[in-house]
Design a protein. Sequence first.
Length: 217
Amino acid sequence: MTSLPRTHRFTVGFDLDLTLVDSKPGIRAAYECLVAATGTPIDIDLVCGRLGPPLEHELRNWFPAEKVDWAADLYRAAYPEHGIAPSPAMPGAREAIAAVQELGGRAIVVTAKYPVNARLHLDHLGLAPDVLIGDLWAEAKALALREHGASVYVGDHVGDVRGARTAGALSVAVATGPCDVDELRAAGADVLLADLTAFPAWLRDYRAGTDPAASRA
């Protein structure tokens, strides 16, 4: 049987932080370095409880506008040494990516994270998506999802739901981040999963046309 051209392969997008990678420990460590370097008091527990938006969005809560870029540079410089090693893969992350690829699809990561640090996470954990795109948040994620023909986008935040819906992709939400099931449902998630461990079975049903959400493909 002749294989379909690459552009015809189905594509599934994944968010990174708290979807594929439990980056809270690393983010906490990087913020601790930022506090030590700047002397600026930051409620790191509060920060870690609302992860999702880009770094600069959060830093605006703690630094004057003219120092946000400076603080972001300090944070990102500390991240490779302090943020990567403490951050494990989320349960089911490897299996979720593998499930897409084993069914003949492409797995892409579309994240708001700085792409250099996102790549370090993936390489450290041995996660091997086909494509990584960084520096995109919420509705802006639709740019990459459309470009790569993603029909499904998996994320933990209402911003991920908005990105999927803007792209016309099926929104699969995992309740592993700061947004609970009710928030994700209210934002318009099409499919709700407790975590990624349920994703491979759901994907097989979806591709077979036995999941009700398959009608959105």
